[in-house]
Design a protein around this ligand. Structure first.
Ligand code: MN
Ligand code: MN
Length: 471
């Protein structure tokens, strides 16, 4: 044998997931994307996601934790249970055959996405037009949200305790609303401004009407006409906006993207692409050794705060309840269960974009079609705010992914000191559990319409399943 043939190839290659697919595999890739697009077209708020996924889980045999507690029930190995926190956070569990104290395998992701929220006193009339005031939620490039067809999704909670569900702008026969932009002919001054200052947050006002009410002897006739329409449809008055959560989001369905249909364009991939694929992986699990958990949280985009954000005690409390129902509760055992757990904390990554190569370091960037992305650390300015997974844990995860032939890659969010971002990983790591960031790479992150690769969506689902089975 010559010298050449004896040499082992020591170089790591990140291959296209596409290259390994059989015809049958490809059918599964595209079938998952069809289910995902359907979910994304329907679910555009954290509430809609949690309610839809809780309903699907019930169809798969998951029982509501509240009902089990109310009926003095108990839990045993193989049982499936979910906890719904205020329709905004969902925690799904399958009880393992091992004591929970030995640790859980946890998939985590978030279901809130950047958007425009209506203010508490949103409706006003300015120069014969009816408008909604908004306060944007999460990090957005404001100039991207003008001149788009927008829809309203959300709830109006009334004093009598009833909650009205609102979806306007998604049905083909629905009207849409939107934020205007200045015509190019008069934009001389605007075009001189820096991109970040061109559209002010306070100028993201939504045009909702232009037709006056019939009675001519009142003020604000256009605004009154809108109130009349809303009263007829939802039986609400202006004061009811005070206790409403109305989210303005891009109107329209998730679509195939690319002439080869290899990608999906949707509103809210961040982070519903990881949420949905984690959920599907969880639904495929039966009778695990370790207790398996999928945790879908709210408020990540504004710092994981509030009762429904990851910093809430909700998850810890639910773990205690579940251990109690499994007949294995004490304070120390709950601490051990959390301490001994392992987690994939999923959130989206930035995929390399040939239009903007200067912000990426090519050797440590994610690419479309190369699979589930692992980020040992995230953060900004010297990894600040990052989790930074332990090397031993990263090695264990590599081994699991390779054992299941999952396509995976590693990345950082852009060049050093170019910017950065955070996730929920560091919050769970406070229990001393092993946590690593991972997820699906996107183009246009936080834009009204984001793009993901269908191969990456499929590999994410496979990677999550492998983790639940093997970790
Ligand atoms: Mn985000
Ligand atoms: Mn995110």
């Amino acid at each position: 044998m010559g010298r050449k043939t004896m040499e082992k190839d020591l170089v790591k290659k990140y291959e296209y997931a596409w290259d390994k697919y059989s015809k049958e595999d490809l059918e599964k890739v595209f079938a998952l994307s069809e289910r995902y697009k359907k979910f994304m077209s329907k679910c555009k708020t954290e509430r809609e996601c949690v309610i839809e996924l809780a309903t699907l889980a019930e169809e798969k045999g998951y029982k509501n934790l509240e009902d089990i507690i109310k009926n003095n029930g108990s839990l045993k190995a193989g049982d499936k249970v979910y906890a719904n926190n205020k329709d905004k956070t969902l925690a799904l569990f399958i009880i393992g055959s091992e004591p929970i104290e030995k640790g859980m395998n946890i998939l985590g992701a978030h279901v809130d996405s950047p958007r425009l929220d209506l203010k508490q006193n949103p409706l006003y009339e300015d120069t014969d037009l009816a408008m909604f005031e908004t306060h944007y939620y999460g990090g957005i490039k404001k100039y991207q949200w003008v001149t788009l067809p927008l829809a309203i999704h959300g709830v109006i909670a009334k004093k009598d305790g009833t909650v009205v569900n609102v979806v306007i702008g998604e049905d083909d026969n629905d009207p849409v609303i939107g934020v205007s932009d200045l015509l190019i002919h008069l934009s001389g001054e605007q075009l001189e401004k820096k991109l970040g200052k061109a559209i002010d947050g306070e100028d993201l006002n939504i045009l909702v009407g232009s037709m006056p009410i019939e009675s001519k002897d009142v003020k604000d006739r256009v605004k009154r006409n809108i109130l009349k329409l809303l009263n007829e449809k939802y039986d609400i008055t202006e004061e009811d906006f005070v206790s409403a959560e109305l989210e303005v989001v891009p109107a329209g369905k998730a679509r195939d993207y690319g002439l080869d249909r290899s990608m999906v364009m949707a509103y809210g991939h961040d982070d519903r692409v990881c949420s949905y694929t984690s959920f599907e992986a969880m639904m495929d699990m039966e009778n695990p050794k370790k207790t398996c958990v999928t945790l879908l949280v709210d408020k990540e985009e504004i710092g994981s705060v509030g009762a429904t954000g990851m910093k809430s005690k909700f998850f810890e409390n639910v773990v205690a309840e579940i251990m109690n129902l499994a007949g294995d509760y004490n304070e120390l055992k709950v601490r051990r269960a959390l301490n001994n757990s392992k987690m994939l904390s999923s959130d989206v990554s930035a995929a390399f974009d040939p239009n903007f190569p200067s912000v990426m370091e090519k050797k440590n960037s994610a690419y479309f079609g190369k699979g589930l992305v692992f980020n040992k650390y995230t953060g900004a300015r010297g990894k600040s705010g990052s989790n930074d997974a332990n090397a031993e844990y990263v090695a264990e995860i590599r081994n699991i992914m390779d054992k299941h032939n999952v396509s995976w890659q590693t990345s950082e969010l852009g060049k050093v000191d170019q910017g950065g971002g955070g996730t929920i990983a560091y919050i769970l790591a406070e229990y001393n559990m092993e946590v690593i960031d991972c997820g699906v790479a996107l183009h246009n992150m936080h834009a009204p319409w984001e793009v993901a690769s269908k191969a990456d969506i499929y590999e994410a689902m496979r990677g999550y399943y492998a983790f639940l089975v093997e970790a």
